[in-house]
Design a protein around this ligand. Structure first.
Ligand code: FE
Length: 185
């Protein structure tokens, strides 16, 4: 299968529906519950549709084993942030794909610059923070803040932290289909 403008949204929705019940790395919620909660947090925070979509799709890179071979040939690796950004790039705006690509860097940034941010991380996220390089160095902070989408990525990251609560009612992934279709470039 090759991804194109006509099938990318169905490709993404299908992953949510078939694989969304997968556990989310030691969290109390499933993968799809987490991503849907993040989208609802974005909407509740008054985010525009691009950022709602970025929140909804930010962890799609955990499903690289669902991605077509030709996507993998384009250099998608097993880092879920860059893999997610790569699979969305070209189908959605750069703002959306960059927010997805930057969402782990945003965690490392926030842990470096906000004294109380580390305390907001779940135990699983503390564990991955260490694997991801820990809080950013000064040089990494300079590089991150030079990216014109870094403020948006920070917002996505805050919703990421907030979207891990068991039992929260959200819309269904299919409810987001029109939004995703409308954002195709
Ligand atoms: Fe996440």
């Amino acid at each position: 299968m090759s991804l194109n403008k006509n099938n990318i949204v169905e490709f993404l929705l299908d992953i949510f529906e078939r694989r969304g019940a997968d556990s989310y790395l030691g969290e109390a919620v499933t993968m799809s519950e987490h991503m849907l909660q993040c989208a609802e947090c974005a909407a509740a925070d008054g985010a525009d549709s691009e950022l709602i979509a970025a929140a909804l799709l930010h962890d799609i890179g955990h499903y690289t084993n669902e991605f077509p071979d030709d996507a993998l040939e384009q250099g998608i690796d097993n880092h879920h942030d860059s893999a997610g950004g790569s699979i969305l790039a070209g189908f959605f705006s750069e703002r959306i794909s960059e927010c997805v690509r930057l969402h782990v860097l945003a965690k490392r940034y926030l842990c470096a610059v906000e004294a109380d941010y580390f305390a907001k991380l779940s135990p699983a996220s503390v564990h991955t923070l260490n694997l991801q390089g820990g809080p950013m160095s000064k040089a990494e902070i300079s590089e991150f803040t030079a990216n014109s989408y870094h403020q948006d990525a920070i917002r996505v990251r805050r919703w990421d932290e907030a979207g891990k609560t068991k039992g929260v009612i959200t819309r269904n992934i299919r409810d987001f289909e029109p939004l995703l279709q409308s954002l195709l470039v």
